[in-house]
Write a protein that binds this ligand. Structure first.
Ligand code: ATP
Ligand code: MG
Length: 563
């Protein structure tokens, strides 16, 4: 798996812009735009585009517009507009008052279409969508002219006006550009400019029943807004000749389209239409399900904007598509959370421990460091008492040699507390299941060290049974079981990971987490990074596992350095 394409400079876009500034191509201006279609939530692929569009503008002292590409009323909704704005702001970018909509330009775009008809460069075509496809030919096979291609300018003007007036049914006819049915570029074979859709638009209501296609709306919107560099992903490369053709024919201000590689991430999918299928099919709980690669999902999962921006910075603006290892995203997250997440103790699968020689009813408040990476985060008190919980898998009856945790007769360190030795194990008589450990502690080891310097290598996390709080913890794994679900022969939904969510109830967390606000992030010692879910309430804490502590990316990197 490669992360970036090393054959081209990762900042070819910045090179182009710097060059245009040197030659004063746009009067020294840099003006970009981010053009989402409000037909779904933004995903981390969009974050890459956002970091480029907004980031480049910022770096060169320019501006970046937010423009909704809302030309398809059947799929677009105001809910998506609101979610997109929330997510861009959360990522740390701002468009000030430059919030635009392609639908703001519908009148102007209509005028442009009329101009092209008058120039003999557009015509109304009555072929059905299937016929248009059939006439278009194939890559190695030239297309055939539509019989309607020879309509007069007057007839076209008249028909187009009637299209707008709502006198035709959906699909009865379309407006097409008159370019070249033999072009080697399929996009130039008389592409559709307008289609009829009697549908209510989330902004223009029922004012329009004809809607411009993306290709006819996008470049002209860029032109109207005075965009200088219009960046988009690689699949639009073949559309660039058409982008240029419309602007040239209309003889209007001409921005430059530049394509960069899409971000693809392993074990997930970065396409709104497929993510929508998961939402609609109930494989996930919604667009913000913490398993989703959407910005809203990642936020709920506990990701930080810094981690996402860090990934986007690392992968740069390559010119060739690649599949980025999801381990790199997780690595960026751990690097960020390691610095900022307070450490706490939480036991996910509790096993009761009784310290037989600890006085009944006694409670000590022990000091615990909040973050060894950042002393300014201070310390807190944690209660220690006779009955504790430790992690069930920190005990083994018959351990291998290198086992450093609890086992009969073994001594371990309880973090921030004491050394304890396991004396006895209590089992359920019927099932044989371990239900409790009986231990003794060494009062001379308070704080977790001893003066005699004896070696205790294992350190366990724990909570005081009576003081700890119950919590629910959702442990997430990758959403898919294969690295590239869309490259499979059958439906990608067959590869959804059935174990992508495991819910643990009856977990116990230290009392300092009482009332933790949704969105708060922590490192549960030895367990990973966790974040309070919005489903959480004061009495019933719910945590999402953001990431485990194991950093496979760091391992990959080390191996690469060695190899
Ligand atoms: P999707 O397939 O998810 O619907 P899209 O390209 O149709 O993607 P838009 O809302 O039109 O979605 O995208 C807005 C901008 O984000 C476009 O400029 C597009 O090129 C860019 N973009 C979308 N997906 C990615 C991605 N995976 N990597 C980088 N940029 C992307
Ligand atoms: Mg799109």
């Amino acid at each position: 798996m490669t992360t970036t394409d090393s054959t081209i400079p990762s900042d070819f876009i910045r090179d182009i812009i710097a060059q245009d500034l040197r030659t004063n191509k746009y009067g020294g201006r840099v003006h970009t735009r981010f053009p989402p279609e409000p037909n779904g939530y933004l995903h981390i692929g969009h974050a890459k585009a956002i970091c480029l569009d907004f980031g480049v503008a910022e770096e060169f002292g320019g501006l970046c517009n937010l423009r909704f590409d809302d030309t398809n009323p059947l799929k677009e909704e105001a809910e998506y507009v609101a979610a997109i704005k929330r997510d861009i702001r959360w990522l740390g970018f701002d468009w000030d008052d430059r919030e635009f909509y392609a639908s703001d330009y519908f009148e102007q775009l209509y005028e442009y279409a009329v101009q092209l008809i008058k120039k003999g460069k557009a015509y109304v075509c009555d072929l059905s969508i299937e016929e248009i496809k059939e006439y278009r030919g194939a890559f190695a096979k030239p297309g055939r002219d539509s019989p309607y291609r020879i309509r007069s300018v007057e007839e076209n003007l008249d028909l187009f006006e009637h299209m707008r007036a709502g006198e035709f049914e959906d699909g009865a006819c379309v407006l097409r550009a008159k370019i070249d049915m033999a072009s080697g570029n399929m996009n130039m074979r008389d592409p559709v400019m307008y289609r009829i859709q009697h549908a209510t638009h989330h902004r223009t209501g029922d004012k329009w029943c004809i809607y411009p296609m993306y290709d006819f709306a996008h470049g002209q919107s860029d032109s109207i807004e005075g965009i200088t560099h219009s960046m988009c992903s690689l699949e639009y490369e073949d559309h660039r000749p058409l982008y240029n053709w419309f602007l040239e024919q209309l003889e209007i201000y001409h921005p430059r389209q530049i394509e960069f590689a899409r971000l693809n991430l392993s074990y997930t999918i970065l396409h709104k239409r497929y993510l929508l299928q998961l939402v609609e099919g109930g494989q996930v709980s919604g667009w913000d399900d913490p398993r989703m690669p959407t910005i809203a999902g990642l936020r709920r999962r506990g990701y930080t904007p810094e981690a996402i921006r860090s990934l986007c910075g690392r992968i740069g603006a390559a010119k060739k598509d690649s599949l980025v290892d999801i381990a790199l995203l997780e690595h960026c997250l751990r690097q960020d959370l390691n610095k900022r997440a307070p450490r706490v103790m939480a036991v996910l699968r509790p096993l009761r421990v009784v310290i037989d020689n600890y006085p009944e009813g006694q409670v000590e408040e022990l000091d615990a460091v909040n973050n060894p990476e950042d002393p300014s985060m201070g310390t807190r008190k944690i209660p220690f008492s006779r009955v504790l919980y430790v992690e069930r898998d920190d005990y083994l009856e018959d351990p291998p040699k290198k086992w450093l945790r609890l086992a009969p007769g073994r001594e371990v360190r309880l973090k921030h507390a004491y050394y304890v030795t396991c004396d006895r194990v209590v089992k359920d008589e019927k099932t044989g299941e371990v239900v409790e450990l009986r231990c003794t502690y060494d009062p001379a080891t308070r704080g977790g060290w001893s003066e005699d310097g004896r070696k205790v290598r294992g350190t366990l996390h724990w909570v005081s049974a009576a003081h700890s709080l119950e919590a629910k913890v959702r442990v997430y794994n990758w959403l898919f079981v294969v690295p590239n679900p869309l490259a499979q022969e059958d439906d990608f939904k067959n590869y959804v990971n059935p174990n992508s969510l495991e819910t643990l109830t009856s977990c116990r967390v230290e009392p300092s987490l009482a009332g933790a606000a949704p969105g708060s992030r922590y490192q549960f010692l030895r367990k990973g990074y966790f974040c309070v879910d919005p489903d959480s309430s004061n009495g019933a804490l719910v945590f999402n596992r953001t990431a485990s502590l194991r950093d496979t990316w760091a391992k990959i990197q080390k191996a690469q350095e060695k190899g």
